[in-house]
Design a binder for this molecule. Structure first.
Ligand SMILES: Nc1ncnc2c1ncn2[C@@H]1O[C@H](COP(=O)(O)OP(=O)(O)OP(=O)(O)O)[C@@H](O)[C@H]1O
Ligand SMILES: [Mg+2]
Length: 315
């Protein structure tokens, strides 16, 4: 049974999402925050993993049902059903253009910033309709942080990048401690502790990406969405970020888009494979083919399309 909610137009007129990739949206996001989501998201949920439920412990953080997504008249995603488990790393894989980034941005309402987009279907976040009338998208983006493909530090010092979100949230006390803790969580503290006042742009690409992760965790989100966070990094920086993800999983729920099969296999617990279906008019719509434990997806996928993709026969 599908819980299909009525179609909703997302807000137009706001600055485009690309601004958020430069950090502007995060500025805005934190600045206008007000709580409208229920506050008990960190409450523990009972472990109910059993036969047939290998993908999550307890209630899922996200429950996506019958999700369609449109850019204007173009349908980019069709009928996506996916549950995302707490303190798991869920990898979204699939060929270019199949809607992975679009889907990821649906999870923190980042697509709202793109004029003319529309969401149809249901995304539950701890059982609450993420697109419900009473939900503040700004607060959603504070709870559900995002790290982009290209590191996007603000043109500020290392310290001020990390302190930015907490400051805008009104935090004045213990900022030094929070900055240090966030940089430690992002495995960057030792490399920057003696140059916190230097520009973030003085850091290497891999360090900038870890700084962006520190900035994301500084506002104490519950979920971190990562859209190809390592694609601009060298193999050593990539491994650092992957190790970091595995550490962050202790505290956060992570959803990562990656084109790197090895990366998905190394870091994720659950993998969702998307592909694009082509209709008679040649229009391509993203669909979710299958979701399973990462081990199952890479060793015994149920769908031939998944098998073709992971073995390199397609995509
Ligand atoms: N802002 C936008 N306006 C209109 N169409 C868009 C927009 N962003 C993405 N699309 C279209 O939606 C479809 C899905 O794009 P999306 O970026 O989500 O794919 P993807 O799976 O992340 O691809 P890649 O692996 O190349 O990053 C594509 O056909 C794309 O052209
Ligand atoms: Mg993408």
């Amino acid at each position: 049974m599908k819980g299909r909610a009525p179609a909703r137009e997302t807000a137009g007129g706001a600055p485009a999402a690309v601004e958020d990739e430069r950090g502007g949206g995060q500025d805005r996001g934190v600045a206008e925050a007000s709580i409208t989501l229920s506050d008990d998201v960190h409450a523990p949920t009972p472990a109910v993993r059993g036969e047939g439920q290998p993908l999550q412990d307890g209630e899922p953080v996200f429950e996506v049902r019958g999700l369609d997504f449109y850019y204007g008249a173009f349908k980019a995603l069709r009928d996506v059903d996916l549950a995302i488990g707490r303190q798991r790393i869920t990898a979204l894989i699939g060929p270019s253009g199949c809607g992975k980034s679009t889907f990821l941005r649906c999870l923190n309402r980042m697509n709202d910033l793109i004029p003319g987009t529309r969401v149809d279907g249901y995304i539950g976040y701890h059982g609450q309709d993420l697109y419900g009338d009473s939900v503040d998208p700004i607060e959603v983006r504070r709870r559900i942080g995002m790290v982009f493909q290209k590191p996007n530090p603000f043109p500020k010092s290392i310290y001020d990048n990390v302190a930015f979100g907490p400051r805008v949230n009104g935090r004045k006390k213990d900022l030094d401690d929070l900055v240090e803790r966030s940089l430690r969580q992002a495995a960057l503290w030792d490399e920057v502790k003696d140059k916190l006042k230097q520009s973030a742009f003085s850091l290497s690409g891999g360090q900038q990406q870890r700084l962006c992760i520190a900035r994301a965790v500084a506002v104490q989100p519950e979920v971190i969405l990562m859209d190809e966070p390592c694609s601009a990094l060298d193999p050593i920086a990539t491994i650092r970020i992957e190790e970091l993800m595995c550490e962050l999983k202790e505290d956060y729920t992570i959803v990562i888009v990656t084109h790197n099969m090895q990366q998905a296999a190394r870091v994720s617990d659950v993998t969702a494979f998307f592909t694009a279906e082509v209709d008679d008019n040649g229009s391509r719509t993203g669909v979710l083919v299958e979701t399973d434990t990462t081990n199952a997806i890479f060793t015994s996928p149920k769908d031939q399309r998944t098998d073709d993709y992971i073995t390199g026969r397609f995509g």
